[in-house]
Design a binder for this molecule. Structure first.
Ligand SMILES: [Zn+2]
Ligand SMILES: [Zn+2]
Length: 311
């Protein structure tokens, strides 16, 4: 599991950065990836990346501002040409369905796969036996959501030595116990899976937030997360502009990460006024002064969930 950033600029694309989109790659866990936001030109960024659109399982839209949304009709249209035949669900705030249905109707676009558009309410929006996704509203100029993706704890390793001591030979019984199922042996003995499994393996948690001023729900979404992806549109000297327009500074993002006890902060969504790389070094320094485990997102950059030793 890791993050891969497709676009990390705010508002409008520049030649250096495209507008918002990132993916959570779940190659080992599911053989798929999940996309968060889809600003204009995202499909071009996908073409420049190792990602294959056919592997996109879900798309989560944080809010309906164009720099997070306008790439969606084109990307969904192209997906079918890139091996995307499986059904796809797009989650997002109210208005998502109206936008997409209008775009497809007036352009006479017909997708050869099933597209579900799901307008979300605060709380759990999706889960299966290995992942749970919750969404909470943030504080922006339009309704904006943050998503918390939680990988559920997996059963621990099967303690073979315990089974051998009990005289249980390898076979289908091992598989059942490994999956956490209790079994009854042919001789009538009942074996509780918990008795022969090691400690549960904890899952990873990733919080990916839409545009926002600093707010309490940002802390709740990032509580104990391995990684928090938070916007850092401005530096400290533009703090009042940031808050006026519904955004955060890098220091705001760092304060949220600190309060939430997150493991790592990835700063994202930089104002197009910051053209020089040196400027972003200062923006990063402002975050690191508060939360040292901070890194900068960049277009076409893979970011591991844990901090790398050299950083
Ligand atoms: Zn934005
Ligand atoms: Zn916005």
């Amino acid at each position: 599991m890791d993050l891969y950033f497709l676009g990390t600029g705010a508002g409008m694309p520049t030649t250096r950065r495209n507008v918002s989109s990132l993916v959570l790659r779940l190659q080992e866990e599911r053989g798929t990836f999940w996309m968060f936001d889809c600003g204009e030109g995202t499909q071009h960024q996908v073409l420049r990346s190792p990602l294959k659109l056919g592997k996109c399982e879900f798309i989560f839209i944080t809010h309906l501002h164009g720099d997070h949304l306008f790439g969606l009709p084109g990307l969904l249209s192209s997906r079918a040409y890139q091996g995307g035949v499986d059904p796809l669900t797009v989650f997002g705030p109210a208005g998502l369905s109206e936008f997409m249905e209008t775009a497809f109707r007036v352009s006479d676009t017909h997708l050869p796969y099933t597209l579900h558009l799901q307008e979300i309410e605060p709380g759990e929006i999706w889960s299966d036996d290995s992942f749970r996704v919750t969404a909470l509203p943030l504080d922006h100029r339009v309704p904006s959501y943050g998503y918390r993706v939680q990988e559920l704890a997996r059963p621990g390793k099967l303690r073979i030595e315990v089974l051998e001591r009990m005289g249980i030979a390898p076979g289908p019984v091992y598989g059942k116990l490994k999956r956490g199922e209790d079994v009854t042996l042919p001789d009538g003995r009942r074996i509780a899976a918990a008795a022969v499994l090691g400690e549960q393996i904890p899952g990873k948690t990733v919080a990916i937030l839409g545009d926002t001023r600093p707010c309490e729900n940002a802390v709740r979404l990032a509580e104990g997360a391995d990684v928090l992806v938070h916007e850092a549109t401005f530096m400290e000297n533009k703090r009042s502009n940031a808050h006026e327009y519904g955004h955060s500074t890098a220091a705001d993002a760092a304060a949220i990460a600190l309060k939430a006890g997150a493991g790592k902060l990835v700063l994202n969504h930089f104002s197009s006024r910051y053209k020089e790389e040196e400027t972003l070094v200062h923006l990063l320094a402002e975050a690191r002064a508060i939360f040292p485990s901070s890194v900068l997102a960049d277009d076409l950059l893979a970011v591991p969930l844990a901090m790398e030793p050299e950083q």
